[in-house]
Design a protein around this ligand. Structure first.
Ligand SMILES: NC(=O)c1ccc[n+]([C@@H]2O[C@H](COP(=O)([O-])OP(=O)(O)OC[C@H]3O[C@@H](n4cnc5c(N)ncnc54)[C@H](O)[C@@H]3O)[C@@H](O)[C@H]2O)c1
Length: 445
């Protein structure tokens, strides 16, 4: 099928490549000329496991094209995906300017019927706004061309985006149009062979499903972080509690890891946007507001712990930081808890030596050259001349460090672990003090 995808970010690029890989003829359009030029030259602007060979192979096979030419993009696809960003506006609502701009672009150039498929995460009612925008632009041209706007939210996880798109656990389609449903069933048939993963519903429910999914996951994280805070104050161990509740199949082990708070480009903005939507309809979202407040506080916990350990005085101290990305297997640092940590350490006068397996370039772009930040090539290099170690991202590379070397390198011999990666007794045995989330503090043995 002929497909056009507007937006070549984490969602659009992966979706476009995966659709091309099963044989669809895909054109990806982006307004970022540098990104498009890179993609045309086979360079992938983001880190996503498995994405580079997938894009290169399908580009070489002639099934995946990249362009800034919106008119050509609109002419190509019978199905046109919207996968542009929906960043938070100043009031926390989702900013729809990119989505509506693409809607206008489609209406300006379309010469035949189109099915517009919205993959961006957008508030309930956005499909109607997109339809109104298209209708208005068509009317201005004096054109009368049929179109449909379908909601098809994306549930991929950064760091596993290719695998998630190739083997989705559900394909939510919101439409009342039998013709659009048929088109999408045909498009997704290669991903729907084992059993029917399509969950068909009305447009508004599909739009709300995406927010409900992210809000539920964020709730689980804030819940376990709240219990971790309690465990610390009561002398309990959150890791024991986590295993104790996770074994209940009604609760499950997923997404109940205590830590330095959730981040990334989705949970914070989507929880915020859903809260905003609730207030717009005069409904107080008690749970969601608490989820957000808990997370805002949790993102400061690691820094507070370090600052408290040093009595508020970090002048002359150097803190090694392992992990900058908001989670492993991505270079995405949008709303990453590491950014809260670094800001607080700098505010207290500390020097930072940081390492991340893939987000170093992104860190350089975000922070620029700073006298109080040294980006290091390896975890061990970050420890050179450091007083303490803080861990913010649970990369596999950090799971089994040589604790003897860590202990020798750190002047103050203390590890602040924002992801509970280690057995405290093991760390302590190597002569290191250890503070983690929701567990008793350990002194060196
Ligand atoms: N990142 C995720 O894990 C994820 C998962 C599910 C859903 N989503 C949602 O998908 C949407 C896209 O997210 P993302 O992370 O891929 O964003 P992104 O910021 O990585 O990419 C968006 C891309 O859209 C391009 N763009 C903006 N305006 C454009 C226009 N008028 N025409 C063509 N291209 C344009 C930008 O240049 C950029 O390359 C968001 O609504 C997000 O909430 C994201």
């Amino acid at each position: 099928m002929k497909v056009t995808v507007f937006g070549t970010g984490y969602v659009g690029l992966v979706q476009g490549a995966v659709l091309a890989d099963v044989g669809h003829d895909v054109v990806c359009v982006d307004i970022d000329a540098a990104k498009v030029a890179a993609l045309q030259a086979g360079r992938i602007p983001i880190h996503e496991p498995g994405l580079t060979p997938l894009v290169q192979a399908n580009h070489a096979a002639g099934r995946l094209h990249f362009t800034t030419d919106a008119a050509a993009g609109v002419a190509h696809g019978d199905l046109i995906f919207l996968a542009v960003g929906t960043p938070p506006d100043e009031d926390g609502s989702a900013d729809l300017k990119h989505v509506l701009a693409v809607a206008r672009t489609i209406a300006t150039h379309m010469a035949a019927p189109k099915t517009i498929v919205n993959k961006s995460t957008v508030p309930v009612g956005t499909a109607d706004k997109v339809a109104a925008e298209v209708r208005q632009a068509l009317a201005q041209r004096g054109a009368d061309i049929a179109f449909e706007v379908v909601s098809n939210p994306e549930f991929l996880k950064e760091g596993a985006a290719v695998a998630d798109c190739m083997r989705p656990d559900r394909i939510v389609i919101g439409t009342a149009s039998a013709a659009a449903e048929r088109q999408l069933r045909e498009l997704y048939a290669p991903f729907n062979r084992n059993h029917d993963k399509i969950v068909l519903m009305d447009v508004k429910s599909a739009e709300l499903t995406k927010y409900a999914a992210n809000a539920m996951l964020a709730t689980k994280i804030s819940f376990i972080n709240e219990i971790a805070g309690l465990a610390e104050r009561l002398g309990a161990d959150i890791e024991a509690v986590r295993r104790g509740i996770g074994s209940d199949p009604r609760i499950g082990y997923h997404f109940i890891y205590p830590g330095a708070g959730y981040g990334g480009s989705c949970f914070p903005k989507d929880v915020k946007a859903l809260i905003h939507t609730a207030h717009e309809v005069g409904f107080v979202p008690e749970v969601l507001e608490a989820v957000e407040r808990r997370n805002d506080a949790q993102r400061e916990v690691l820094a507070e712990r370090i600052v408290a350990h040093y009595g508020g005085q970090l002048q002359g101290k150097t803190i090694a930081v392992w992990g900058l990305a908001f989670k492993p297997e991505t270079d995405d640092m949008r709303e990453a808890p590491s950014r809260n940590l670094l800001a607080a350490l700098w505010a207290a006068g500390a020097q930072v030596r940081a390492h991340d397996p893939v987000a170093m370039q992104e860190a350089r772009r975000i922070f620029g050259e700073r006298a109080d930040l040294t980006l290091c090539d390896s975890p061990m290099a970050a420890l050179e001349g450091a007083d303490a170690l803080a861990i913010v991202t649970e990369w596999k590379q950090f799971r089994v460090p040589d604790f003897n070397r860590v202990a020798q390198a750190l002047r103050d011999r203390i590890v602040f672990d924002g992801r509970n990666l280690y057995d405290p007794a093991v760390v302590a045995r190597h002569g290191l003090a250890y503070e983690s989330i929701g567990r008793p503090k350990f002194s060196p043995m």
